[in-house]
Design a protein around this ligand. Sequence first.
Ligand code: UD1
Ligand code: CA
Length: 455
Amino acid sequence: MNPLHVVILAAGQGSRMKSSLPKVLHRIAGKPMLHHVIDTARKLGAERIHGVIGHGADQVRAITQADDLQWAMQEEQLGTGHAVAQALPNLPDEARVLILYGDVPLTRRETLEDLVSKVSDASIGLLTVTLDDPNGYGRILRNEQDKVTAIVEQKDASEAQKAINEVNTGILAVSARHLKSWLPQLSNANAQGEYYLTDVIAMAANEGVSVDVAQPANEFEVQGVNNRVQLAELERWYQGQQAIRLMTEGATLADPARIDVRGDLSIGQDVLIDINVVFEGTVTVDSEVSIGPNCVLKDCHIGAGTRIEANSVIEGATVGKKAQVGPFARLRPGTQLSDSTKVGNFVETKKALVGEGSKINHLSYVGDAVLGKKVNVGAGTITCNYDGVNKHQTRIGDGVFVGSNTSLVAPVSLEANVTIGAGSTITRDVSEDELAVARGRQRNIANWARPTRKE
Ligand code: UD1
Ligand code: CA
C-alpha cells in the first residue's frame, strides 16, 4: 500500500473567533482542534502529517511538536489550492494524500478510512454531505450518469446550482502524482480571486479520473468552526457522543447532558455518575463505582465498588476497592488510597500512601506521608511537611490512633499501635504501643473573677 500523507490546512485567521489565539488552537473537550485532527491522522496510520500554517504560526508550532509533523508556511492566504500547494514539495510522488482542516476537528476515523480507500491512480475520494441548508458551501455538480463532474463555490454558482443540496466538505483524498499535475494548473479567475482546491475535481473528471464520493454518518463530523457558537455546538455534540458511549458500556448517567469527558475515560459496568462530573486526562473507573455530583476526576484510577461523594476533586491519584472519598475531599497527585479506606470531608492529601482500612474522616492535611493499615486520623490533623525550604516525610504505623487537632511535625515517625493525645504537636518519634501527649497541661482556677467594664 502506498504511504498515506495527511495535509492539514490551518493557515486561516479565524477572525470571527474574536481571539488572540489562532482558531485551530481553540479547544474541544480540552484539546486544541488541530490536535484532534492530528490524532485522527495518526489513527489512520499517516506516515507523515503536513501542517499548513500562516496566521499565528509561531503559537501553533509552539504547542504542536512531533517527529511525524512537518510544517509548511503559507505567508499569504490565497486560497485552499494555494495552501495545499505549499506542502506539495514535501509529498513523495507515490503517496496517497488526505486533505483535512484544522478547524474541522471531529471527523470519525471510519469515515476517513472509507474515503482514503477510494484513492488510486484512476480515482480520487471526495467527502460530501447533503444539507437542508447548503448556503455558503461549494455545491457538487453531477452528470446524467450521476458521476461528479465539478464543484462550484457559492459565490460562483448560478441560481440553479445554488439549489443543489449536496455540498463539499472540503475533505479530499487524492494521489500525490495527481496533485502535482493539477495544482500548478489552478487559476484564480473566479469570484473570490482565490486558487480553489475544489477546481481539481473538474480536472479529474476531464481526464477520466473517477471522483468517488464518501459521506459521513453525521453532519457534525464535517462541521467546521468559524465562531464560538459553532465551537460550543461541536463541544456539545462531542460530549453527547461520549455520554452515549458510556451508557452503552454500562454506566448510568443521572443526566447525559451534564457530564464532560476531556480525555480518555474507561469505565467498568454499573458505574453511577451523578450530574456535573468532569473527567480530564486518563481516567479509569472500575465496576460499581458511584460518583456524586460536581466531582472532578483527572488522571486517576478508581477501584471497584468505591464511592466518590459530592464535590470531590481527585488528581493524579489511585483509589483502591470499596473506598469512600468525600464529600468535599481533595486528593492531589501521588495519593494512593488502599482498599476500604475512607477520606472524608475537607481532607486534602498529597503524596500520601494510605494503607488498607485506614480513615482520615474530617478536616485534615496529609502530605508526604505513609500510613499503615487501620490507622485512624482524627479531625484537624495536619502533617507539617514543609519547613519553608524542604519537604519531609511522616510515617504512621499500623493501628495508630491520632487524636484530633494534632500537628505531626515532619520528619517524624509513629510506630505501630501508637496513640496520640488530642491537641498534640508531635516533634519526636514515638515507639510501638506508646501514648504521646504534647500539649499544655490544663489548670482550673476556682472562682475566677471576670474583668468588668470601665466607666
Ligand atoms: C471551502 C471549500 C468549499 C467547502 C467549504 C467547506 C474551497 C475553494 N472551497 O470553502 O467548497 O464547501 O470549504 O467548509 O476550497 N485555508 C488556508 N489557506 C487559505 C485558505 C484557506 O489555510 O489560503 C484554510 C482555512 O483556514 C480553513 C480552510 O482552509 O480552515 C477552508 O477555508 P475557507 O476559506 O473557510 O473555505 P470556504 O470558503 O469555507
Ligand atoms: Ca469555511
